[in-house]
Write a protein that binds this ligand. Structure first.
Ligand SMILES: NC(=O)c1ccc[n+]([C@@H]2O[C@H](COP(=O)([O-])OP(=O)(O)OC[C@H]3O[C@@H](n4cnc5c(N)ncnc54)[C@H](OP(=O)(O)O)[C@@H]3O)[C@@H](O)[C@H]2O)c1
Length: 269
């Protein structure tokens, strides 16, 4: 960003495991930050560091140039963006709404449509990574929606991520995210099963991590999650509920690409 350019006022909604460190990155980069979260206590540290608390998403939107949402699922995104006292009810024409939650692409497109009717441009921009990666500003970010709005927000994305991919029209970011998590879900399960099988075969699972660190079976899932599985550290970094949500949402993509009959057949017992 040109230093003479005024930094956009950013409103951040959803201060959970991911939202908190992402909002902190923006605050530390010097963006004026307004925050709202359903559970107020989660904003305490950010307020102490200079973020301004707003009572509703509506109030937050009225005082922001860009609003970022990072909430659990489609229902939560709908609520904070389109519900009573939601972002759209307080937005002025020209606001950019960036939904970074992992939600159903059809819901992304529907929110974008309603946003457009109010003169608001919406980008769907979910992320890959985890809370520690978010704290380092090293997320992967995939963006769907207007390319010119994407370019206007690139500096904001660059404060949170290292790999920023413009995916295409509205809903393309959330579609790409589902495909990413389809691979991740399968690989995590394979790693878990292989670790159990290694133990039961009398091989220390660390040997499995060691050998898969080179060669075609190398995977980030084993590198990051393997050691935690061995230590039986199941502290949530990404909740099982959220992975279940994403894998369920993958199925919603299928009718759109006209392979529903085939999948119905394969899913039958
Ligand atoms: N964790 C990861 O490693 C990871 C990685 C990539 C992508 N993601 C995705 O990022 C998103 C956020 O995940 P997270 O791990 O940060 O989850 P989280 O810690 O459970 O946080 C969820 C956030 O959504 C808010 N929320 C949920 N339902 C709401 C509702 N009905 N109305 C208003 N706010 C609501 C929560 O508010 P409260 O604080 O009041 O509960 C909280 O701020 C999800 O879509 C997830 O799939 C997560």
């Amino acid at each position: 960003m040109n230093h003479k350019e005024k930094m956009q006022r950013i409103g951040f909604i959803g201060l959970g495991l991911m939202g908190n460190p992402m909002a902190l990155r923006l605050l530390e980069a010097g963006y004026p930050l307004r925050i709202w979260n359903r559970t107020r206590g989660k904003g305490r540290d950010l307020i102490e560091r200079g973020a301004v608390w707003k009572e509703t998403p509506k109030e937050l939107a009225a005082d922001s140039d860009v609003v970022i949402t990072m909430v659990t699922d489609s229902e939560a995104s709908e609520k904070v963006s389109c519900g009573e006292d939601g972002v759209l009810s307080g937005a002025s024409s020209g606001l950019i709404l960036i939904d970074m939650s992992s939600i159903e692409p059809a819901v992304s497109r529907s929110i974008a449509q309603r946003a457009e009717e109010r003169g608001v441009t919406m980008l769907d921009a979910p992320v890959t990574g985890n809370p520690a990666v978010a704290a380092q500003g090293k997320l992967g970010i995939m963006v769907g929606g207007s390319k010119s709005a994407f370019k206007r927000c690139l500096a904001v994305f660059e404060k949170m991520g290292v790999k920023i991919v413009y995916a295409g029209e509205s809903g393309s970011g959330t579609t790409l995210k589902l495909l990413n998590n389809l691979i991740l879900g399968v690989v995590i399960m394979a790693c878990g099963e292989a670790i159990v099988l290694a133990s039961k075969s009398g091989i220390h699972p660390e040997k499995l991590i060691e050998i898969t660190s080179v060669g075609g079976a190398r995977t980030g899932a084993m590198e990051t999650r393997g050691p935690r599985m061995i230590q039986r550290d199941f502290t949530p970094h990404f909740s099982t509920n959220n992975m279940y949500k994403d894998l369920t949402n993958v199925i919603t993509l299928l009718p759109d690409v006209a392979i529903v009959d085939d999948v119905d057949h394969k899913l039958s017992p």
